[in-house]
Design a protein around this ligand. Sequence first.
Ligand code: SF4
Length: 255
Amino acid sequence: MNCPYQFFAARGLNLSPSEEVQEALSKSDYGERVHRCLEAFHQNIEWLPGPFNEVLSVKTRDAAIACLDDIAQQVFARDVEDNFEHSGWLEQWRKLIPAYIDWQLSNATEWRFLEAEHKSKINWINNLQLSGRLDRLDNNDSGLSVIDYKTGQSASQVEIQQGEAVQLPFYAILAAAEFSKPVSKVSYLELSSKVKTAAQLADEELETISEKISERLSLVTEQMLAGKPLPAWGTDSTCQYCNMDRLCRKQAWTN
Ligand code: SF4
């Protein structure tokens, strides 16, 4: 949605760098480590401490913080060994751990953890497959809650409600199809200077926006299959993270 040409180059021409290369070169390393820590805290990962199997409460809060801290030390250990500056990453995350546990305490009054880092793939219309990685799924009697962890910037509430930022409703489409359950909430969990729920959609509003995004996706894919061109129209905020900038030659046509 942000830039049709970026999609064409990455997926149509298959020029998207592999995840391994992106991980090695991008600044998302910190985010990936934090994801891994939270995954190990909630579900078993071989060779890492955790998961935290006690019932989380005010009484067990300190033990939970210690468990996540232990996981963090191990997850970041190699980075710190490789480059001492990376210890700043570890310290940044360690400072947030008590706030994460407090957020989890409050979240657990309504939701139960279901799964972390779920690689989702569903068959969709026009013989297409939709895929994505769901950072975390919770559930309760009303359905599923999809949470996307954000260690950097995330889309605003307005951008999501206007249908410009499609990530969260798209995840709702994936989770509902794959788990055959209604998704009653999708949200960003900010893990930057503090831990807090950021933009979110729930219930009827989520259903309406997901339906509209699904319709638009269906229309756009039909148009692509019919050969409609895919122009390069990324905004500055999209272009700054784009790997295809040399190919579309944006710098040449904007100078
Ligand atoms: S650099 Fe910008 S305009 Fe060019 S492909 Fe990437 S997002 Fe699109």
